[in-house]
Write a protein that binds this ligand. Structure first.
Ligand SMILES: [Fe+2]
Ligand SMILES: [Fe+2]
Length: 313
């Protein structure tokens, strides 16, 4: 039997579950909750406290979970009585579950479609709630979830910058999806090479740079020739490490607006996560380190976005 992971924040209490819920304990999958009834508030609260973030479902229940999640997202996003915190929680859970599945099986159509939907909900929540972005960035991630957290950050912040750059509706949806999946290649690298994510770009040796660049190739390898992968999303993933100076793995110098946006935000968020500096310090450093890699006007607009979102306070 095959099991796939899901995040507890996508399973709300008092909502009848259409799938059996498993936990992974001592190398075995144990059934935790039967389909039919919902988790009660108390049990759910305990779970969140114990920080058991991950649950599993069987392959057979997969379509049921997908339908459940679609409905949950729809209900949560459109309900004015649901707090912004709760909306962000559910969207974070949906995005994290989708990214994790893409990491585990980047060739799966179902995972890609799930990512698409999660990206749309993310867009909805950040567009409709001025405080949402700050809440997303305020969430701490565990070491194991660093890439997932980074992907969510990049997606949300790229959306904001792309909006400021007057990207159209379709471009916004594509950038949101690409933000979520852009680094699926990293978990395909061996454990040691994955550590390069946490190393500051300016400290890379030429070998580091070459090896790290492989995560782009790995992602492309998994996603190419998949009819369900949107062509623009694919281009964005291919070019997310490219800069105007040709320093990326593809040595491309001419970038579309969406590509520049994704690349800039990617550089920014990786810098913040790896150096632990504040957004204010990061943008200041980028004005120096990344000049020539991005148009100054874009960096300035990005700074305005960070300011408007309250991230520089
Ligand atoms: Fe990357
Ligand atoms: Fe990245």
């Amino acid at each position: 039997m095959a099991y796939t992971p899901l995040r507890i924040s996508t399973v709300k209490p008092n909502r009848d579950l259409t799938f059996d819920l498993y936990i992974f304990f001592k190398e075995t999958y144990l059934k935790y909750h039967d389909k039919g009834a919902g988790l009660d508030e108390e049990k759910y609260g305990k779970l969140r406290k114990q920080k058991i973030a991950k649950f599993y479902i069987t392959e057979d229940d997969e379509p049921h979970y997908q339908a459940f999640l679609d409905k949950l997202l729809e209900d949560t996003m459109s309900d004015p009585n649901v707090s912004v915190d709760e909306k962000v929680n559910v969207v974070d859970g949906a995005c994290s579950t989708a990214i994790e599945r893409m990491q585990e099986d980047p060739e799966s159509e179902q995972s890609y479609k799930m990512t698409n939907k999660a990206a749309k909900s993310l867009r909805q929540v950040v567009e409709q709630n001025p405080e949402a972005l700050k809440k997303i960035f305020g969430k701490k991630a565990s070491e194991a979830d660093l890439i997932i957290k980074h992907s969510l950050n990049v997606s949300a912040l790229s959306l904001k910058l792309a909006q400021k750059m007057k990207c159209n509706d379709e471009q916004l949806d594509n950038i949101a999806t690409a933000g979520l999946i852009h680094d699926v290649g990293i978990t395909r690298l061996n454990k040691q090479d994955q550590e390069l994510f946490k190393k500051e770009k300016s400290k890379y040796t030429s070998d580091d740079k070459r090896i790290y660049g492989l995560h782009v190739k790995d992602a492309v390898q998994a996603l190419k020739d998949k009819p369900w992968v949107n062509a623009e999303v694919m281009e964005l993933v291919i070019n997310h490490e490219e800069t105007l100076s040709g320093s990326g793995p593809n040595k491309k110098k001419k970038l579309s607006v969406s590509e520049m946006v994704l690349s800039l935000v990617n550089t920014y968020d990786k810098y913040v996560l790896t150096t632990g500096c504040t957004p204010g310090e990061a943008i200041k450093d980028m004005m120096i380190n990344e000049l020539g890699n991005y148009e100054l006007d874009l960096i300035n607009k990005f700074k305005e976005v960070l300011k408007a979102e309250g991230l520089l306070d």
